[in-house]
Design a protein around this ligand. Sequence first.
Ligand code: GAF
Length: 392
Amino acid sequence: MTPGRRAARTFQELHGRAPEVVWSAPGRANLIGEHTDYNGGLVLPFALPYRIAVAASPREDGLVGMTTVDDSGHARAAAPVPLAEVEPGDVTGWSAYPAGVAWVLRDAGLQREGVELVIAGDVPSGAGLSSSAALECAVALALLDLAGRPVTDDSDRVQVARWAQLAENDFVGAPTGVLDQMASLCCQEAHLLLYDVSTEEREQVPFDPASEGLEVLVIDSGTRHEHSESGYADRRAGCEQAVKQLGVTSLSAIEPRELPERLSQLDPALRPLARHVVTENQRVRDTVALLRTGRTWEAGALLTESHVSLRDDYRVSCPELDLAVDVAVEAGAAGARMMGGGFGGSGIALVETERGPAVRRAVTDAYRAEGLADPRFFSAVPAAGAGRDLDR
Ligand code: GAF
C-alpha cells in the first residue's frame, strides 16, 4: 500500500471520516554539491521513489493532532500541540517537525485553526535520505491546501521550501540549508535539479543513467555518529567565519581561479573548508557539462573527488562511508562518495548496471570483514517531487 493510501485509511479508521486532503513528498539523493547549500552554492539532487504522506483535516479546538502509522498499521499519536501558544522548545522528537511547520505558517498568518494529521511513509529513516525534510514539505503542502492556498505553481515551491527550512532551523533547532526541502519540492521524474542557492536559479537536467547502462546505487552504511549534529554546526560556523575574514558575500562568490590568493588570506584552520566549497561548486558545473554531453560515466571521477574533498578538507566522512566508497571504486564503480551531512548515513556509487551485484557483494564482504552490520542497497531512479496524493 502506498504511504498516501495508508495515511488516508488510518485517518478514516481513527477519526471516522475521510481526510480533506492528502499530500506527499519524497526523500532525496544528491548526485553532487555537498555542504554548498548554506554557502550559497550549487546542488544537484534528485527525488527518490520513497515518500512521506500526510492526510489532514481541520480541527475546531485549535490543537494540532499528529499520529504516525507504520507499515504494519501500528499508529502512534504524539501529544496534541496548541497552535496559538506553541513556541520553539515546547515539542521534541518526531512531532517537532510537523509542529514546527504549523508554527511557521501560523506566524506567516496562514495557519489559523487546529488540524489533525496522520502521517505514513516509506523513506528509510536515519539513512541520510531526508525523511525529515519530506515530512516537513508534505505537512506544509497539506496545511496550505487546507488554508485555501494549494501549491501548484512551481514558483510557490521555493517559498514552501524556505518555510520548511525555517521550521527545521528555528523550531527543531537544526541549522541545515535548503537542499533537502528544495529537492523534495522541486525535483521532477527522470531529472536532476540544478539549483543555485544564491541566485535561486533552477534548471531541470535530464538524467537517465539506465540509457547508458548505468545505475546510481545508494549504500546505506547503517551508521550515524553521535557528533553528526555538532559536526555539521561547526562546519557551518567555520564557513561563516571564513566569509567574515574574506569580506565576501559567500564562499560561493569565490571563483576557482582566485582560490589560491583567497586561501592565503584565511586563517589556516579555515582554508580546507573554503577549498571544499569552491572546488565542489566547480565539480557540480563539470558534472552537469558531462551529463549534458552523454558522458555520465566520466562524471564518476568527480563523485570520487567530491568524496576525497569531503573526507580530507571538510572532514565530514567516517570510516564506514570511506570503506564503502573505496571498495565500490575498487570493485569497478565509475565513482562513489558519501552523501548528505555526513558522519554516517548513506553514500552513492555510479556503477555499470551489470556490475551492480558485484559492487554490492564487495561492499557487503568488506563490512563483514570489519565486523560491521550489512549495509543496505537500492538502485535510485529519479522520481517525482512533492504533490497532492491522488493514489488512494
Ligand atoms: C544535510 C542538510 F540538511 C542539507 O541542508 C545539506 O547541507 C547537506 O546536509 C549537505 O550538503 O542534508
